[in-house]
Write a protein of this length. Structure first.
Length: 208
C-alpha cells in the first residue's frame, strides 16, 4: 500500500477510533465475549482494555506490522493472553470450530474480499458461537448512501482500502450468521460527516 497506507494510516486509525463515543461502543460489544476469542483486525489494540474477565485468550489477526508494534504496550499490560494469529482474515490458519467468540471492530470495511473473511469467521467458530461486531457502513438515507458510493474510490485510497458503502447486516447474514442484537445509528457529528459515521453494533450466532 506504500508509505501512506503502511505507516501513516495505522496512526490515523488509532487516533480517529479511540474517541469517547467509539470507546463506549467498544465496551458494549466486547462485554459479550467469552472463552477462546478470535479478533479480526486487531489494529493497535484499542479493544484490549475492554475485554471482560470471561475471555480466556485472544487470537489476533492483524496484517499491519506497524499497528502490531503500536499495540505492544497495551498487550504487555493486558491480563488476557494475546497471540498474533496470521495476517489475513480472508484465509485463517485456525482449525474448524476452534473459537467460542469472534470480534471485529471497524475491520469489515477494509478487507478486500469481505465475503471470504466472513465465511472464514463462520468456519472457525463453534456451532452456536457468537460474532460480535462494531462497524461503519451503508447509511439508510438514500442521499447519504449516494454520497458514500461517490466517495468510495477516494476513501479506499486515503484510508487503507476502506469502503463507506458496505451493507454490514446483509454481509453478515449472507455468511451464515443469525443476527440476534443490532443497534444502528450515526455517531455524533455534523451532517456533512454522515457518509463516514453510520455505525452498526451487534451480535450474531453461527448457524449451520
Amino acid at each position: 500500500m506504500g508509505i501512506w497506507g503502511d505507516r501513516v494510516v495505522p496512526h490515523l486509525v488509532d487516533r480517529a477510533l479511540s474517541t469517547g463515543d467509539v470507546m463506549k461502543d467498544r465496551q458494549s460489544v466486547c462485554a459479550r465475549l467469552g472463552g477462546q476469542v478470535l479478533e479480526i483486525g486487531f489494529g493497535s489494540g484499542l479493544n484490549i482494555e475492554k475485554y471482560p474477565d470471561a475471555v480466556d485468550t485472544i487470537a489476533a489477526v492483524e496484517p499491519s506490522d506497524v499497528a502490531w508494534k503500536m499495540s505492544a504496550d497495551r498487550r504487555v499490560a493486558s491480563r488476557t493472553p494475546i497471540t498474533r494469529s496470521g495476517l489475513d482474515g480472508q484465509s485463517l490458519d485456525e482449525p474448524d470450530a476452534s473459537f467460542d467468540s469472534a470480534l471485529s471492530t471497524f475491520t469489515l470495511c477494509t478487507i478486500p474480499d469481505v465475503d471470504a473473511a466472513l465465511r472464514e469467521i463462520h468456519r472457525v467458530l463453534r456451532p452456536g458461537g457468537t460474532f460480535e461486531f462494531l462497524e461503519h457502513g451503508l447509511a439508510p438515507e438514500p442521499g447519504v448512501a449516494r454520497w458514500q458510493r461517490r466517495l468510495d474510490p477516494v476513501e479506499r485510497v486515503v484510508a487503507g482500502g476502506c469502503h463507506l458503502s458496505r451493507d454490514i447486516v446483509a454481509l453478515i447474514s449472507s455468511a451464515g450468521f443469525e443476527i440476534t442484537e443490532l443497534d444502528q445509528r450515526y455517531f455524533p457529528g455534523p451532517k456533512i460527516s454522515r457518509p463516514w459515521i453510520y455505525r452498526y453494533a451487534g451480535s450474531a450466532i453461527r448457524v449451520g
